[in-house]
Write a protein that binds this ligand. Structure first.
Ligand code: SAH
Length: 352
């Protein structure tokens, strides 16, 4: 059993209450606060003495320490501080159907993708399930749901910092709590998990976790090219990854999303589109294209939006469903890892 309050299941809270000599109904009360990300100090229907005891236990939450509002659209970016001082980030995007929160699953990342800012300083540590939940509940508490809406965060995408399948147990525990009626109660259909392609975990995920939308960061139509930007391609070839994706689609009945960042002069020619269409033929899937967000530390550049649209049109012509992802929050460093890195850099500058 974990001692961290925010990650506890109901059974864990019940056990804790028994240990503390508390009546059973307290477990329900405490758990319902925890499910909303509330810390002991604020649990108003709990006696002070118990609140004080609970406050001595590690909580494992994420507090919002900075919020940025986009001037161009309704996107908001959050910088969270974890209890140990580590920093992660989240982005809230507004759509007609609701709000999607992009959350982080690790502090940093060890996957080493050449175009991704999150991995520049490697992985610091995994996030616990409670910390991931806390990223959501902190936003729920900070941003009002809007007229006629019960909740602020209607959809979740695990596309922030980190590789969720490299933090498998915590990710599975998070998905269970996020979808449970006594947790966040979000439908698995409204949750997406993005992975760079840890093949064995893609096979176990449908058994272990609610059936969420699986997104696979592909970014290349062949192994040779993929290995140039994604070290994971050395561990698992496309001959292993594509059948794993197909298996997920078949077992869950959910369409798999392939993410493809178009990089100028690297993976964005007509021939690449044709090769991609051959690779994905026969899979219940959709291709999400995005012009690469240029990362200043790397000399890789994105294509223009019009080139991305052409690439999408060619894929469609070849019977592969494809769209160009809308770019939101570009003025507030909406791209993966950028805000956190800037925050760390600023701190470094302050120290130097
Ligand atoms: N580790 C997971 C999730 C985090 S990254 C994964 O690899 O899927 C979320 C998405 O953003 C991935 O598709 C990733 O490849 C993409 N991404 C990272 N850096 C990017 C950049 N500079 N421009 C466009 N997409 C980027």
């Amino acid at each position: 059993m974990t001692a961290e309050l925010s990650s506890m299941e109901y059974e864990g809270v019940l056990e804790l209450m028994t240990e503390l000599g508390e009546p059973k109904f307290r477990a329900k009360q405490v758990f319902s606060w925890l499910a909303r990300g509330v810390r002991p100090e604020e649990m108003t229907n709990i006696p002070k003495a118990l609140r004080e005891k609970l406050a001595l236990l590690p909580f494992g939450g994420a507090r919002i320490i900075e919020t940025k509002h986009s001037q161009r659209d309704e996107t908001m970016k959050f910088l969270y501080e974890l209890d140990d001082g580590n920093i992660v980030e989240g982005v809230l995007m507004s759509y007609s159907y609701g709000n999607t929160l992009c959350i982080s699953s690790q502090v940093g990342c060890r996957m080493g993708c050449a175009f991704c800012a999150s991995t520049l300083n490697g992985k610091v540590r995994d996030l616990t399930a409670g910390e991931m939940l806390s990223e959501v509940t902190a936003v729920e508490r900070a941003v009002s749901a809007g007229e006629g809406r019960k909740r602020t965060v209607t959809n979740i995408v695990m596309m922030g910092c980190g590789e969720p399948l490299d933090n498998y147990e915590n990710t599975v525990a998070f998905l269970k709590r996020a979808t449970a009626d006594d947790g966040l109660g979000i439908s698995p259909r409204n949750i997406s998990l993005s992975t760079c392609g840890l093949v064995p975990r893609i096979y176990t995920l449908p058994e272990d976790a609610p059936h969420v939308t699986l997104c696979i960061s592909l970014h290349a139509p062949n192994d040779e090219l993929r290995r140039r930007t994604m070290p994971i391609a050395n561990a698992y070839s496309l001959r292993e990854l594509i059948p794993a994706a197909k298996h997920y689609a078949d077992v869950t009945g959910r369409r798999v999303i392939f993410e493809y960042a178009l990089i100028e002069g690297v993976n964005s020619s007509d021939e690449h589109a044709r090769e991609l269409s051959r690779l994905l033929r026969g899979i219940n899937c959709h291709v999400n294209l995005i012009p690469l967000n240029s990362v200043k530390e790397r000399s890789l550049n994105g294509v223009t939006r019009s080139r991305a649209a052409q690439f999408a049109a060619l894929l469609e012509k070849l019977h592969i469903s494809a769209t160009v992802r809308r770019e939101l929050g570009t003025d507030i460093d909406g791209a993966c890892g950028q805000l956190r890195n800037k925050h760390i850099e600023n701190e470094k500058e302050e120290i130097l």
